[in-house]
Design a protein around this ligand. Sequence first.
Ligand code: ATP
Ligand code: MG
Length: 180
Amino acid sequence: MHLKTLTVRGFKSFASATTFEFEPGVTAVVGPNGSGKSNVVDALSWVMGEQGAKTLRGGKMEDVIFAGTSGRPPLGRAHVSLTIDNADGQLPIDYAEVTISRTLFRTGGSEYAINGSSCRLLDIQELLSDSGLGREMHVIVGQGQLDRILHATAEDRRGFIEEAAGVLKHRRRKEKTLRK
Ligand code: ATP
Ligand code: MG
């Protein structure tokens, strides 16, 4: 499984549709300060279901929509789609290529889709959760977050590892059951 393409339109600094193509292995995004490198990473976490505006470096979710520049008016929606190569079947869905997409309208509504069919956020989260592509931070380590991991308490560090290993959700379920 690997990421194939990421298309952003109206997302943060990317007003026009822009597509990034990835090859298997390591990808580096380089560019001057403020050119949008972190916005590419934000688009990845956003399309995979990120719900925290703070994680996306904004105040509210609407801040991901292109806010306009001196030469270009703001847009009414942000759209991101991510195509994943699933030839090895690691994602539990019967397609060799899976495209997930997310749209947010300035008026407030959201749309999610898997291979063009609209779905719920939960469907995307479930599709990704067992594949090591889950939306939380063991996958995407943002600028400045390395310090957070290095200085985490032993317990928090265990949480990162458990999440990466896929056992955290079972532990959460167990804790929930024990509370009942
Ligand atoms: P650095 O090298 O400093 O980390 P970077 O390449 O990671 O920079 P980003 O943080 O991805 O840069 O991009 C910042 C730019 O994105 C800023 O110019 C900011 O104005 C712009 N930006 C962020 N959100 C929006 C938005 N909603 N609409 C328009 N532009 C936006
Ligand atoms: Mg950056």
